[in-house]
Structure formats: C-alpha cells, structure tokens
Write a protein that binds this ligand. Structure first.
Ligand SMILES: Nc1ncnc2c1ncn2[C@@H]1O[C@H](COP(=O)(O)OP(=O)(O)OP(=O)(O)O)[C@@H](O)[C@H]1O
Ligand SMILES: [Mg+2]
Length: 509
C-alpha cells in the first residue's frame, strides 16, 4: 500500500433491497488531506461512510486503514482504531447534558468515579475554543440544531483521531460558525490528521478541501484535485450532464397589479426576546426572502406568521384585516403552509412510508367519509416523486431508509401538495444537492407564477439572490434593509447582515 494513504477502500459493494447503494467503489484518503466526498442525494456517500465505520456490513470489498486490513463491526470498533465520525443524523443523546454528550465513553475519572466537575469544565473549554458559550449542564435537547451540530463537531474533534469524518456537519451552521470550524479543521490536518468532508455547499468544498472524490448512483466517477476542477465541472460530474443551466439567477421583476393589497402585512413585530421590530409585507405571488445571521430572528418571525408564537406585539394583517393567530391551526385555515428548518423534530414520521409522510396534511382533502381516496393519494405522491426527483425504489419505502436529502424532499412535497396561499420555507434546500435544488427552486417559482406567495428563509445568499423578488435583511431582531431588483447583490446583503454594519456604513462615507 502507498505509504501516503491513510485509508484505502477497494471494490466496496453494498446492497439494500431494491437498491445497489455501492457498486464496486474504490476510495482512498491520503494522510493530512481534506477530501470532499461529493455526489447527488442518494449517490451513496453516507452509505460508504457507514460501511467504513462498521454501522453497516459491506457485501464485498476490502478496507485497509493505517496499513492494516480492517473490518470494523461496530462504530465503537472504528472509533477505537482512530476514526471519529460525525454522522449526518446528529447521533447525540438529546436528554443528556451537553457535557455528557461530549465525553460519553471517555469521561475523565477520579478516585470516586466520573469526575463531573472536570467533565463540565473541560466540555465548556472545548466549546469555548469553538466559539460556543453555553451552559454545558443543560440538556442537549434544549439547544438549537446549530448548537447541537457544534457539540457534535466538538465531540468528534476532541477524540484525537487519525481520520475525522464529517457528513454534512455545516448544514445548520451560520457563516461565522463555519469559519471557526474551518480553522479547527486546518489545525487538525496540520498535525497530520485526515478529514473526509461531505457537504452540498460547493463554496465550502472549494474553500477547505484539497481533493474530491465524486460518486454517482453508487459508482465511482473519479477523484480530482480541487484546484484542477471548476465548480461547473464538479456539478456536471455529479449530475452526469452539463450543469451550465443549474446555477443561474432566474427570477425577474415582481409586477405588482395596481390596487392589490398585500396578502400579509406585518409592522414592528416584537416579542421582546428575539424580535424587536420586524416589518415585512408579502404580496400575492411574491417571493420574499429573509436574510440574516443565525439568531437574527429569521425563524422566529416565521413562527409568528404561522401562529407558533402568540406573545408578540405589532401589526399583523392578512388581506388588510387584522389577525391574531393562537395556533398553527389558525394559520392553516388561512391557507398558510410552513416547512420548518428543524425537520427531525417537527417533520418526519420515521416509521411511516413516503406516501404517508407526504400526504399527511392532504388527508382531509383526499378523503371522503374518513376513507382515503388512494388514487388521488397516489397521484400526488407520484407527481412529487417525479417532479422533485425523490430517489427511491417505491413510494411505499419507509422514509427513514431514504438518504438525508431525499427525506427533505418528501417533506417539501408535503407542503407543496397542500396548494397553500402562502408557503413559508425555512431552509428548504438544506442538505439537498445542486441538481435537485434547481428543480425545487423552479417549482417554487412556478408557485409564485400561480399567485402563491412565498416567504423564503435561507442562510445561503446565492439561493435567495437566485429566487427572490425582494429580500429583507434582518439583524438582531430588526429590519436592517429591504432590497429589490438590481440592489439584490451578495455584496449589498453582506453589508447589512453583519453586526458591525453601522460602522461599515460610516466607513463608506
Ligand atoms: N438503511 C437503508 N435501507 C434501504 N435503503 C437505504 C438505506 N440506507 C441508504 N439506502 C439507499 O441507498 C442509497 C444511498 O443512500 P445514501 O444515504 O448513502 O446517500 P447520500 O449520498 O448520503 O445522499 P444525501 O446527500 O441525500 O445524504 C439511496 O438510494 C438510499 O435510499
Ligand atoms: Mg448522506
């Protein structure tokens, strides 16, 4: 074996019923490199990782790690051998404290057993090093997905492994947290560690990775040095066709019909905790984006609109009439739909099929006397499986057997199939590959053309810029600026997004 290689996987094969998830895949990682493992949703990335770490048993092939052929039977096996993994599904324990989660199985001990003082102190310090200042004695579940993700990263980093695997670690993180993580990663590889990095955010991959290996439909496409491949080439290899059309800005100018009143009019929404004066109007058929840092109040504003937060003051009108929503039911009755950012908590029923998960909100519409019209149900499900390309052998597959991105698509299908008047999308394409992202975005624009309003929340500026007629930037729970048409540029948004935007403005004159 080449001395430079830390890991070599040869002719790896893995089948699930109906799916050939890995088809004789060769894969290797060099010492001290950051390797991007790329591919569309369902390409086999997470499966390759799970076969490596012993979470899944392989059907064929050979794994050589650190000079020896290995067959890890459990994730603990591979961890002991020096592989530290952040799985795509955060694999922490929600009802243990943050500190316990970081040190599980490796707690510092003293003469009396586990040294809790030391556990808490060390956990706190490790998190502080990653820019996270929280009470580590609280249950993990009490924190946002982003914080949980940082905890998972901190735990993995603290294990001093030879190989660190990160399967979409940044999907919930804001830019500054990603930057902290990147500088950690650079420190680690400088010490000789290798990292496998999986992400659908191309910018990240091009910033931090040395090399990339691309999979498609369970097969190896090839491996390339990052500085010898362009974004466009990478995406084209991932989707197996020319990607020039996939990455363009497509939205035009919003044409307001005279005399129309906004569907939603909000002014000075304030809940005294996270919102301190947000004012946004959404007109019929308009796609309005909200940009802002993590914690700026984006999702909190969405929750007010959907009746999840009844503590606010301020004006909230729908078609000119004041409303006061006491619960999401009231919002649904108004024809609002809400695809929340936290799909694990609020969205997925893991023990149900794709069909059941997708049509759960549509049931009243497609049932008669309590009996579901299965023809209508099938038509809805088939339509979305096709139009947003959900990769599955059948609509009767359990949702938990789908790849992460495809689970997200099922949820999106659920809300889209409701035919709402307003659809609130909070990070709708998180974890979704570029090709499918383009399809989802096209679908959203189609909705807008049919008069449906969209509130689009995303931490990916490119995505907002591509799709929104108008973008409201919020900062610290307040409107920072509202941009339209040609003023919608990344530079402009960045200028108003940051905490020190006021200073920046002064600097400019
Ligand atoms: N436990 C399972 N049972 C059945 N099929 C599975 C299982 N796990 C994965 N698959 C299938 O294997 C294929 C590869 O899935 P995998 O999760 O590896 O994709 P991925 O590249 O990680 O995608 P994503 O970007 O969406 O996370 C998919 O078709 C998926 O549906
Ligand atoms: Mg995956």
């Amino acid at each position: 074996m080449d001395n430079n290689l830390l890991l070599e996987m040869r002719e790896i094969d893995k089948r699930f019923s109906g799916v050939h998830a890995l088809d004789s895949v060769d894969f290797s990682v060099r010492k001290g490199e950051i390797l991007a493992l790329m591919g569309e949703n369902g390409a086999g990335k997470s499966t390759l990782i799970k076969v490596l770490t012993g979470l899944y048993r392989k059907d064929g092939g050979q794994i050589i790690f650190d000079g020896t052929e290995r067959n890890f039977h459990t994730p603990q096996d591979s961890q002991r051998a020096g592989i530290s993994t952040i799985y795509q599904e955060i694999n922490l324990i929600p009802h243990l404290s943050v500190a316990e989660n970081i040190f599980i199985g490796q707690e510092p001990r003293n003469a009396f057993g586990i040294d809790w003082d030391s556990v808490n102190k060390q956990a706190r310090q490790l998190l502080l090093d990653n820019g996270i200042d929280i009470d580590v004695t609280q249950d993990l579940a009490s924190y946002s997905t982003a914080v949980q993700q940082m905890v998972a990263i901190t735990r993995a980093i603290s294990q001093n492994a030879k190989l660190l695997i990160m399967d979409e670690p940044t999907s919930s993180l804001a830019d500054d947290e990603v930057q902290v993580m990147f500088s950690k990663m650079r420190e680690l590889v400088a010490k000789g560690m290798s990292i496998i990095f999986i992400s659908h955010k191309l910018d990240e991959v091009f910033t931090i990775c040395d090399r990339t290996t691309i999979l498609k439909d369970g097969k190896l496409v090839g491996s390339y040095d990052i500085d010898k491949i362009t974004k466009l080439e990478m995406v084209s290899k991932m989707i197996g066709r020319d990607a020039s059309n996939v990455l363009k800005r497509t939205v035009g100018v919003y044409e307001e019909k005279p005399g129309t009143i906004p569907l939603v009019h909000t002014k000075n929404i304030d809940n005294r905790v996270t919102l301190h004066g947000v004012s946004i109007d959404i007109r019929p058929g308009e796609i309005v984006g909200i940009a802002g840092l993590l914690g700026a109040g984006k999702s909190e504003y969405a929750k007010v609109l959907f009746g999840c937060d009844n503590t606010y003051t301020g004006t909230f009108e729908v078609e000119g009439k004041p409303v006061r929503l006491k619960s999401p039911k009231g919002a649904i009755d108004l024809g609002f739909a809400y695809c929340s950012e936290d799909r694990k908590v609020e969205g997925i029923f893991p023990h149900m099929t794709i069909t059941e998960n997708m049509t759960i909100t549509a049931l009243p519409r497609i049932s008669k006397f309590g009996v579901v019209d299965s023809k209508k149900q099938k038509a809805i499900v088939d339509k979305y499986i096709e139009s947003i390309r959900i990769k599955t052998p059948s609509s009767e597959q359990l949702i938990s057997n789908l790849s992460g991105g495809n689970q997200q698509k099922v949820l999106l299908g659920r809300w889209l199939s409701m035919n709402p008047r307003l659809i609130i999308l909070d990070e709708p394409t998180r974890g979704i590959d570029v090709g499918a992202k383009a399809e989802i975005e096209a679908l959203i624009r189609e909705f807008s053309q049919n008069g449906i309003s969209v509130l689009y929340i995303s931490s990916e500026l490119e995505e907002l810029i591509r799709n929104c007629y108008r973008i409201v930037v919020i900062r610290d729970g307040q409107n920072s600026v509202e941009l339209t048409d040609q003023d919608i540029t990344e530079e402009n948004i960045m200028k108003y997004i940051a905490k020190n935007a006021k200073e920046t403005e002064v600097d400019h004159g």
